[in-house]
Design a protein around this ligand. Structure first.
Ligand code: EPU
Length: 336
């Protein structure tokens, strides 16, 4: 285990912000993590656990210890004729895991192709796209409590999953480090192709199978979302707001073309990207921070932006959406 001092976090955040951490430590096993958690370095410093850094925005240097999992194992826990359960290390790159499942003919995560980040963070954030959320395939999350270094297993129901929500972002924020996740994949999957024109796009490219679904999703994402290696970004900057039916009905009367998704009898979800786009932000830039020209929900680092510049742009956007639609957008990105 190597402890780096004054480490640059440039390679550890997809926004491409050049923040410095006092310490940076990577652990490659549960035992190594438990040992680390009992050390003076950990007991006497602020901690920040990061995965691929695809949902973080550094506003300043980080005064404390940044922890990164290098647990990279993938093991079959159980298998039968219909399904397979895999234990996947928190440090495995999410999309490598998706590619591995698709190559083996195991279904369940193909719609989540090309989402940046790592396994541990996927279970914190409940990543989702194209009608699938990772909670649909998670059986259990294994974690270590920071305070006591003890191992705890969280069955799916205990993770309190919701739209981009989990217990790890709320009640237990900063209390546990995820070490591995157990997923259940299907050998005879029922594909989920209901999102917008997904099925049509898949059929255009060939047969309805895992490989084609993955390729189609990759192509859709690449056409809409900026490559973080070219322009730093963190995917969707804001969550899609869930509003009351009453507020939605009055918006619909005023803007009949507003896209929307049913949540419950009392609530409806509307796409933040549409709201931002309608406020005229698409392609706009303030300083080195910009709004992506193909998807208004994505804020981009146009080169050398500071965290503060990105936040300034985000606040201007929030203010104009609030003024025009009366809706308060919440960042999906975590400010550090
Ligand atoms: N729209 C616009 N203008 C825009 C962007 C979107 O009018 O600039 C409209 C679209 O035409 C469409 C609707 O808004 O009617 C929804 O757009 P899209 O399908 O692109 O999805 P989204 O709601 O903007 C969500 C997720 C994405 C995920 C896609 C696909 C959130 C916050 N974002 O975006 O997740 O890939 O659906 O499922 O829920 C991420 O979280 O980082 C992410 C990229």
């Amino acid at each position: 285990m190597e402890i780096l001092r004054s480490a640059s976090l440039l390679a550890y955040n997809t926004f491409g912000i050049d923040a410095i951490a006092d310490y940076f430590v990577e652990y490659s096993s549960v035992e190594e993590l438990q040992e680390l958690l009992q050390s003076e370095l950990i007991k006497s410093n602020r901690l920040l656990a990061i995965g691929g850094g695809s949902n973080l925005l550094f506003l300043n240097d980080f005064k404390g210890v940044v922890l990164h999992s290098a647990i990279h194992s993938i093991n079959i826990v159980s298998e039968n004729t219909d399904s397979v359960c895999l234990e996947v290390g928190a440090g495995v790159v999410w999309d490598d895991f998706v590619a591995y499942c698709v190559e083996n003919g195991w279904g369940g995560v193909e719609n989540l192709s090309l989402i940046p980040g790592e396994i541990g963070a996927s279970a914190v954030q409940n990543i989702g796209a194209y009608g699938v959320e990772v909670q649909d395939v998670i059986v259990e999350v294994n974690a270590v409590e920071i305070e006591s270094s003890t191992i705890r297993k969280f069955p799916n129901v205990d993770c309190k999953y919701g739209y981009r929500e989990s217990i790890f972002k709320n009640e237990l924020k900063g209390k546990y480090l995820i070490t591995s996740v157990i997923f259940k994949l299907e050998k005879h999957p029922v594909f989920k192709l209901n999102y917008q024109h997904l099925e049509e796009e898949v059929l255009k490219n060939g047969l309805v199978d895992l490989k084609n679904i993955r390729q189609t999703i990759i192509a859709i994402r690449e056409s809409k979302l900026p490559n973080p290696k070219v322009f730093g970004n963190a995917g969707s900057f804001f969550m899609n707001p869930v509003i009351s039916r009453k507020q939605f009905d009055s918006l619909l009367a005023q803007y009949p073309q507003i896209p929307h998704y049913f949540v419950s009898e009392t609530e409806e979800k509307v796409p933040a990207g549409w709201l931002i786009d309608q406020c005229g932000w698409k392609g706009k830039q303030i300083g080195n921070a910009g709004v992506h020209d193909k998807q208004a929900l994505v804020l981009v680092n146009k080169g050398g932006a500071t965290g503060a510049e990105i936040v300034f742009l985000a606040e201007q956007i929030q203010a104009s959406v609030k003024e025009k639609y009366g809706i308060e957008l919440q960042p999906e990105v975590n400010y550090i």
